[in-house]
Design a protein around this ligand. Structure first.
Ligand SMILES: [Zn+2]
Length: 844
């Protein structure tokens, strides 16, 4: 499709009257949509998908229409162009696809219940009502909803309900907004509400399967996030309320519908008395992300989906800005460094990756845009670069202008750069375009050449990559104040190295703070200088060193074997970010060993040596008043000790299990997952399996569910693995939204890999029917490629997926994932012996 195929060009809606009658019993939606707007020509089109349209009227008179399924359209021929009132009468199915209007299933005290909710992003509003389903087509909406209602049910939407008449719920007219942000839900809901300082009503809603106190944490974070944004953006929250709703079936993490944000239960509700700090941080950042969108995305919306990054990158940065402001003791930017930064750097190193800004038209391709590593993580890193170039004062001034100029309308990336440029007198657009429009990122070679300290940039690849001569405008952030702020040439010299070194009085470094999207390869002299002063550096610098070495080793630019002797230097750090980076690096050595081999024994010994002192220092159970770093480090340390097969660790975990056998859910959430997995691996039985699976089904605690899933999928018992796979398609046990986690768990288990892979291939059609068309679908391919490491698996992977390479929305993923496995296989082949020898030498 070309630009001219946007339906908005034929018809510009200004107002919708939506009437929906939803029957859960018959699974049928009856609807009548009246759209007022301007027809710029007589041949117009509205979006629809799966609608059974019985009549179309224009200004009260029946008109000819034709359904065009391939274009997801109703084509209408009007008698005349100009101001027109269209009325479409239709029915639609209520399906279990987690798209459009759909049911969520859950149980309370053994009784099966459902909540009806919506998911309209990206192009699913057209499954609920005919519309110009494009972000630019902003209009006001009046919703009227009837359903097979029984006493005790609640209905909520973007705006407050104004009246109920004859069982029809009428909602207040919305602001001008895009179709993909419309939302409503009904069922037996509980809620807690509060008000912000400025008077916005904030509420958290969930099913009654949850304890009331599980709503508290989200309510507090949501309230304080909105207060933060009102101040930071200098722009009031634009609606009367902000509802947060947890849905039992939900495909993505959360969705920023204006005034009614929907979430996966695990990303909103939590037990305030027993949830790991890591999970609390994750939930808080998800909430802050969605609420950032209420302005950036909802009040001002991207003009078209090619600027999706504008929404997501920005919200992904702001979630950290907001949480850092309202919960400073968490040092939440450290989470950015341990999660977003490596995610972006890993994915963006594979040739064929998408750029942040991508031209896109086809609906299936629009869904494929949601590459979390690129559009979210890399995009957020880009905006972090912008923020550090601008400073917060100019950023806020620019944003205020941007909201003022585009509120209730649309904008492009260029509009944002011009607002920020005007506020800062910097040509932000020129700097950012090299990052936005080009895929990949540079490695900067820092070398001493003929006595000169020289920097060169070229594209970094993991696996085969074609060097297209790309160059970036790199915010260098060097500790040498005489180095340029922006490094945009292919190569520069910073002068005589001896002079630079004595001027600095410390080792030369680039990308201080690890906030620019590039890595550095120091030559031997420079690296040794840094290593000699390692203890002088802060935790982020230490993390960064391990991160860059890991990536360079993955890209075969240095040898993994050369990294082995460095690991112990970081092992006793008290900083959680250093421990995270250490084990991220160390876990990469696992791919070089096969199960039950001598090489694996050596690696386990290394893990034992790395973790031993820390296990002793931290102990197994959380200690009141301990530092946040210790809380976050403990699970990683204990996990290392368990991988090491340390007998004391296995016994200690077993003891904790036995002491708490009757109340497993109350085990400290920080270590509960490890205790359960250890028990299943070393003391497992069919009885334990059944007990945990029953707990899985009955608990409403998302963290506990995730712990049980991880434990059950790690069983070495092949019969239990077969039983687990047998439940994959049983939605009463494994909800489709959670299936990928179950699948990945079994696939990552050496005893389960074959069975999980066989299931995926055999039941691919079932998977496509169940979650196909959903933006999560392609990630089944991603997680598979994340595990495979042998030449045989590579061949099987290609045999199975290559014939599917032209499936809309899967093309890029399949192409990239073949490269991902190829490069891993090649790396193992090239490095295995040297790495394993280095590990053996290290543990002697
Ligand atoms: Zn988002």
């Amino acid at each position: 499709m070309t630009e001219s195929n946007h339906f908005y060009e034929t018809f510009q809606p200004s107002h919708y009257d939506l009437y929906l009658d939803i029957n859960r019993g018959t699974k049928l939606i009856s609807g009548k949509t009246t759209i007022t707007g301007n027809a710029s020509q007589t041949a117009i089109a509205l979006h629809q998908k799966f609608l059974d349209v019985s009549a179309v009227e224009a200004d009260g008179a029946a008109v000819d229409f034709k359904l065009d399924q391939s274009a997801e359209a109703i084509r209408i021929n009007l008698k005349q162009a100009g101001e027109t009132r269209l009325t479409v009468t239709y029915t639609a199915p209520l399906t279990d696809s987690m798209m459009g209007i759909y049911p969520s299933y859950y149980e309370v005290n053994g009784e099966k219940k459902q909540i009806i909710g919506t998911q309209f992003e990206t192009t699913f509003a057209r499954q609920a009502f005919p519309s110009i389903d494009e972000p630019e087509a902003k209009a006001t909406f009046d919703l009227a909803i009837k359903f097979d209602e029984h006493p005790g049910e609640t209905i909520i939407s973007n705006m407050p309900e104004v009246r109920t008449e004859d069982g029809v719920h009428y909602f207040d007219t919305t602001m001008k907004m895009s179709t993909y942000l419309i939302a409503f839900a009904f069922g037996e809901l509980q809620s807690k509400q509060t008000k912000t300082k400025s008077g916005v009503t904030v509420g958290v809603f969930g099913t009654k399967a949850h304890k009331a106190n599980e709503l508290n944490f989200a309510l507090d974070i949501a309230k304080r996030s909105i207060e933060f944004y009102e101040d930071f953006y200098q722009t009031p929250y634009p609606l009367p309320h902000s509802w947060q709703l947890a849905l039992p079936d939900f495909s993505a993490g959360a969705m920023e519908n204006w005034g009614l944000v929907t979430y996966r239960e695990a990303y909103l509700l939590l037990d305030p008395d027993n949830t790991s700090l890591e999970m609390k941080q994750q939930v808080a950042t998800v909430i802050a992300h969605e609420l950032a969108h209420q302005w950036f995305g909802d009040l001002v919306t991207m003009k078209w989906w090619d600027d999706l990054w504008l929404n997501e990158s920005f919200a992904n940065m702001m979630e950290y800005v907001a949480i850092d402001a309202i919960q400073p003791d968490w040092h939440i930017w450290e989470l950015f460094q341990t999660s977003e930064a490596p995610m972006a750097l890993n994915r963006d190193a594979t040739d064929g990756v998408q750029s942040v800004h991508v031209q896109v038209e086809d609906p299936a391709e629009i869904d494929a845009l949601f590459d979390s590593a690129i559009v979210y993580a890399k995009g957020a890193r880009m905006l972090v670069m912008v923020r550090s170039l601008l400073g917060d004062d100019a950023l806020r001034k620019g944003l205020k202008k941007y909201f003022e100029a585009h509120q209730y309308g649309n904008a492009t990336g260029a509009d944002l750069w011009s607002a920020l440029g005007a506020a800062s007198n910097l040509d932000i657009g020129a700097i950012m375009n090299s990052w936005l429009e080009q895929p990949g990122y540079p490695v900067v070679d820092a070398q001493i050449v003929n006595g000169q300290l020289t920097l060169k940039q070229h594209q970094f690849f993991i696996g085969d990559g074609k060097d297209a001569g790309r160059q970036w405008q790199i915010p260098l952030n060097s500790n040498d104040s005489q180095a340029p702020a922006i490094f945009k040439d292919k190569q520069i010299s910073l002068g005589q190295y001896d002079d630079v070194r004595s001027r600095l009085g410390e080792p030369f470094r680039a990308n201080v703070g690890n906030n620019s999207h590039f890595i550095v390869r120091y030559d031997e002299t420079l690296l040794n200088d840094i290593l000699a002063h390692l203890d002088d550096f802060d935790a982020i610098t230490q993390l960064q060193l391990m991160q860059d070495l890991r990536l360079l080793a993955e890209g075969q630019q240095i040898s993994y074997a050369s990294v082995v002797p460095l690991l112990k230097r970081f092992a006793d750090s008290n900083a959680a970010v250093v421990i995270t980076a250490l084990y991220t690096l160390a876990n990469n050595f696992k791919k070089f060993v096969s199960p039950d081999s001598t090489e694996e024994k050596h690696l386990q010994q290394l893990f034992d040596q790395l973790s031993a002192a820390q296990v002793k220092r931290l102990g197994w159970l959380p200690v009141a008043g301990e530092s946040i770093d210790d809380q976050l480090s403990r699970p990683m340390i204990l996990s290392a000790a368990l991988y090491a097969q340390n007998e004391d660790a296995i016994a200690a975990a077993h003891q904790i299990f036995q002491d708490n056998q009757a109340k497993l859910a109350t085990l400290s959430a920080d270590i509960r997952g490890l205790i359960l997995s250890n028990e299943v691996k070393h003391y497992g039985s069919a009885k334990l399996y059944d007990q945990l699976l029953a707990d899985y089904q009955s608990t409403a605690d998302g963290s506990y569910k995730a712990n049980i899933r991880a434990a059950l999928t790690s069983t070495p018992d092949v019969d239990l693995i077969a039983k687990t796979i047998g439940e994959f398609e049983n939605a009463d046990i494994v909800k489709p939204q959670d299936l990928r986690g179950w699948f990945r768990g079994v696939l990552a288990n050496p005893k389960g890999e074959q069975a999980a892979w066989d299931w995926l291939r055999t039941d691919w059609q079932w998977l496509e029917d169940t979650v196909g068309g959903d933006m999560e679908f392609s990630t089944y391919i991603t997680v598979t490629a994340g595990i495979f490491k042998t030449a045989d698996r590579l061949v099987e992977f290609k045999t199975f997926f290559e014939p599917k390479i032209n499936t809309p929305g899967l093309t890029r993923e399949i192409t990239m994932d073949i490269k991902v496995i190829e490069s891993r296989v090649a790396l193992i082949e090239a490095e295995q012996n040297a790495v394993n020898q280095a590990v053996a030498d290290e543990v002697k």
